[in-house]
Design a protein around this ligand. Structure first.
Ligand SMILES: [Zn+2]
Ligand SMILES: [Zn+2]
Length: 429
């Protein structure tokens, strides 16, 4: 479809089902001017098609007039799905076409937030500083992030500190990748109020694991029990810190075998001691098989009736030229981008994992209802969102480089994404 939204301001584009919505179409430039003394036609048809009305030609037309060069049409959207709005002249010649997504109340009341909660910096095996990585995240269109270095909680705080007192819309939260000694399972804390890695040096950890091990009587004796008990201990500790705990890259193939032995993966899927699964993890192109296995496993577990919260992450180790950075992300549908709302959104199964490889079609994975909506957002709304983020990210990088003027310029840009979303959701009037 032609990018008509570049010529016209059509709003709202996300609407509530079963209510009449005034959709306005306002030309932005001279080449698409509307004339008050001419008739125009509007047609609306749902993407699912309706019996006998599957062709654009069959859709019912309503006559409209422009007022002051702007068309306002009261439209009703019957069911939750994407709709096409056609604007034609009196002879039926197409002037513009817009996609509008109608949502039921529960989802309509939420907003989509793009984020990555698994990234490394030069504090572990990554390339750049936490401030550089954070700023680069805004540049690629993320709304929230956490730096999660191996065995280190501090770098995530350093990222937050680097932008203290600066008006940025990117939300930065604490995090860490957690590696219990001898345990092959990588776990991650998103938003925890304290670091969990610290505890591995204390007797509290070994004692806690020994206690848990005794309760695992359904498992055969041996080393298996210990590693699984260690996972249980870590996941509980992350929860105690108020964080979201992740089961990281379960099908990562390292040295020709799964890094997590499958009996452990099976146990983790069976009992789900973690909060969310990395459905799409940070794999390079030649490792695509690992993401495919994770997706296949997820859908199979879901078919058994399991409820599995999901995220998509990059596990990136550098924002420039290394790869992975910006390739994957999570969309959380939540009330706000506050930590609590994001975590509740993910745990409440209101998230999808997204694969956005360079020069490839973007793909979302997760529950059907959310994937269908996410694909609309990815195609129609996020490109506008991401464009706003580029400039903010660039200025965040300048601030990180010590440019004293960047902070004031960022203040001038504050709230632009919110303003865009208010207009797209029709909550600006
Ligand atoms: Zn890892
Ligand atoms: Zn990692």
């Amino acid at each position: 479809m032609l990018k008509y939204h570049k010529y016209f301001d059509c709003a709202p584009r996300i609407v509530n089902t079963n209510s009449t919505v005034n959709v306005t179409i306002k030309p932005l430039y001279d080449h698409c001017r509307l004339h008050d003394d001419q008739d125009y036609k509007i047609a609306l048809f749902p993407v699912s098609g309706t019996f006998g009305q599957t062709e654009v030609l069959d859709a019912e037309r309503v006559m409209v007039k422009s007022k002051g060069g702007i068309i306002t049409a009261p439209l009703k959207f019957d069911s939750e799905q994407e709709h096409n709005l056609l604007l034609e002249d009196a002879d039926g010649k197409l002037i513009a076409q817009f996609a509008i997504f109608a949502l039921d109340e529960d989802l309509f009341d939420l907003r989509p937030y793009k984020g990555d909660m698994h990234m490394h910096t030069n504090n572990s095996d990554g390339v750049e500083s936490p401030a550089y990585v954070a700023a680069s995240c805004r540049k690629v269109g993320l709304d929230y992030i956490a730096i999660t270095d191996h065995r280190a909680y501090e770098p995530s705080l350093e990222a937050i500190k680097s932008f203290e007192g600066v008006d940025v819309d990117l939300r930065m939260y604490p995090g860490e990748e957690v590696h219990p000694p001898g345990n092959p399972v990588h776990m991650l804390s998103f938003g925890g109020s304290f670091g969990v890695n610290e505890f591995f040096k204390t007797p509290e950890y070994e004692q806690g694991v020994a206690e848990l091990e005794k309760e695992l009587t359904f498992m055969p004796e041996g080393v298996d029990r210990h590693n699984y008990a260690s996972c249980l201990w870590v996941y509980a500790k992350i929860r105690e810190a108020g964080g979201l705990s992740l089961f990281c890259h379960p099908y990562w193939i390292f040295r020709n075998k799964y890094d997590v032995p499958e009996y452990l993966t099976n146990l983790l899927f069976e009992h789900q001691p973690f909060d969310a699964l990395e459905l799409i993890s940070g794999y390079f192109i030649h490792q695509a098989e690992s993401n495919m296995l994770q997706v296949a496993r997820y859908y199979e577990e879901r078919a058994k009736g399991k409820k599995i919260p999901i995220v998509g992450v990059t596990d990136s180790h550098g924002a420039e030229d290394v790869g992975l950075f910006g390739w994957y992300y999570t969309i959380v549908f939540s009330k706000s981008s506050d930590l609590r709302d994001l975590i509740d959104g993910i745990k409440g199964l209101n998230s999808v994992a997204v694969e956005a490889l360079p020069n490839e079609q973007v793909r979302a994975f997760g529950p059907f209802r959310l994937v269908r909506y996410a694909q609309f957002l990815i195609r129609e709304i996020f490109p506008i969102h991401d464009e706003l983020c580029v400039e903010e990210g660039r200025l965040m990088l300048e601030h990180a480089a010590g440019n004293a003027d960047a902070s004031e310029e960022l203040s001038g840009l504050k709230g632009r994404v919110k303003k865009l979303y208010d207009r797209m959701w029709g909550s600006d009037n």
